[in-house]
Design a protein around this ligand. Structure first.
Ligand code: DQA
Length: 147
């Protein structure tokens, strides 16, 4: 099996960026953690980060019928991007939306996700463990053959 881990805008700044909100771990730390979980279960990980909406859309399209699941932190595009929502709707692969911070405890404009309705589910506010939980869910969910 194969999982795609996608991180959107400003997440390349993790570790330096507002550490009181996002913690001290970097994207590389997240990738290593998820890779470990997956490789122990004979799954491989493709991990990508981009600050560009169109690039994220291209990668979502390319993942269709290639990976078994997508773990996606869309950053601020969560709250703004109809184009990313349509990209997720256009593929057969299930997507889990992840947010490091508890967006519901923050500014009003972060409370709404345009993407969540077309995702399998959403994990919010559990720090970088959210990525790990999403990976574990996919392992169980794909094994069980449910969709
Ligand atoms: C975020 C939450 C978003 O509101 C914000 O724009 C981010 C990070 C999170 O992981 O908590 O860039 O997706």
């Amino acid at each position: 099996g194969k999982i795609l881990l996608l991180n959107g805008p400003n997440l390349n700044r993790l570790g330096k960026r507002e550490p009181d909100i996002y913690g001290h771990e970097t994207v590389e730390d997240i990738v290593r953690m998820v890779e470990k979980t997956l490789s122990g279960n004979n799954y491989s990980l493709i991990a990508k980060q981009s600050n560009h909406e169109g690039q994220l859309i291209d990668w979502i399209h390319e993942a269709d019928d290639v990976v078994d699941g997508i773990i996606f932190n869309p950053g601020a595009y969560t709250h703004t991007s109809i184009a990313l929502r349509d990209a997720i709707s256009s593929i057969n692969v299930p997507v889990i939306e992840v947010h490091i911070s508890n967006v519901h405890a923050r500014e009003e404009f972060r409370h709404h996700s345009l993407l969540a309705p077309v995702c399998l589910g959403q994990i919010v506010g559990l720090g970088i463990h959210g990525y790990q939980l999403a990976a574990n869910y996919f392992l169980e969910f794909i094994e069980a053959g449910r969709e």
